[in-house]
Design a protein around this ligand. Structure first.
Ligand code: ZN
Length: 94
């Protein structure tokens, strides 16, 4: 199974999320979910990103499957998550 660690950042956002947002998977700053361009699938209780090429091919432990979360453009670039993100045209969590 192709995975990598979810990057950690020192600048975790710690405040109320505005309506219609989800926290960025890396820094937790609010990202507008309806217009978020980049998403990652988080598994293993929040510790790992599942590579999009594995979607539908591997079995994920449902107990540790946190679903899909947006990644802000800054975090995507900073932590080189290109290739690990996918585009979604829905509200993420499903
Ligand atoms: Zn972020």
């Amino acid at each position: 199974m192709k995975t990598r660690d979810v990057p950690h950042t020192e600048t975790l956002f710690d405040g109320d999320e505005p309506e219609d947002t989800l926290p960025c998977a890396v820094c937790r700053r609010p990202v507008k979910s309806a217009t978020a361009k980049h998403w990652i699938r988080i598994i293993n209780g929040g510790g790992e990103i599942l590579h999009p090429s594995e979607f539908g091919k591997v079995e994920v432990d449902p107990m540790g499957d946190l679903g899909e979360w947006p990644v802000g453009p800054d975090c995507r670039r900073k932590f080189e998550l290109q290739g690990w993100t996918f585009k979604a045209d829905h509200d993420g969590w499903k």
